[in-house]
Design a protein around this ligand. Sequence first.
Ligand code: GRF
Length: 229
Amino acid sequence: MDFELHMIFCPDSTSSLVSPSINTHQSAVINPLKLGILASGSGSNFEAVAQAIEDKQLNAQIQVLIYNNPSAKAANRAANRGIETVLLNHRKYKNRESLDQEIVNTLRRYDVDWVILAGWMRVVTSVFIDAFPNRIINIHPSLLPSFKGIHAVEQALQAGVKITGCTVHLVCLEVDSGEILIQAAVPILPDDTAETLHARIQVQEHKILPQAIALAAHKQSKPLLVSNS
Ligand code: GRF
C-alpha cells in the first residue's frame, strides 16, 4: 500500500493528461494567423506563443500586444522580441464598453484576425465579442467549468480537489465559459501552495495555448459540409 501511494504522489511529477492531444504541424493552415495578444501581467503565455511561432510549431505572427497595466512585464517581453505594443489603460476609460471599443479599433488597425487573452484581467463586453465572433481565445488556470473567475488556483486548493489544471476556450459573454478547445490536468501535491501549484499549471498552459490556437483555426478553416439531398 505504501508503495502504491508513493507511486501516485511522486513529488517531482510534472506529468499531465492533455485532451485533445494534437500535433500542431498537422493542423497548420496555409496563411499565417494574424494574432493580437492581450495581457495584463507577467506575459509568460505571450512568450510561449511567440516561442512556438519562432520554433515553427505554430504558423502565425503576432501583430500587436495590447496591455492595460503600465507595469505589465508582458510589454517588455514583446519589446525584446521586436513586437509592437499598445498600452490601453482601463483607468482612462469611462466604462468597459469604451475600453473595448478602443481595443477593437486597435486590433483592426493592426489587421488582427485572432485575439488571444493571455492573462487579460478584464471582463470583456459584447462590443468586443461581436467584433471577433468565435475568434477570441482565453486561457484559464483550472479545469473549467470548475473554479471560474479570479483566484482559480486558490479555489482549487480550498476545495481539496486532487486534480486541477488549465483550460483554453473560446470567449463568450459569460465569464470563463464558451467552447472548450484543450484542457490539461495537473495533480495537486500534498505540500502545494498556490505558488507551487500555479507554477506547475503554467508549464502546461505554455504547451496547450499554442496548440489550442492552431486547433481553433483548423476547426474554422474546415469547409462546411454540403448536403446532396
Ligand atoms: C495564467 O495563469 C492564465 O491562466 C490566467 O492568468 C495567468 C497569466 O499568466 N488567465 P502570464 O501573465 O501569462 O504569465
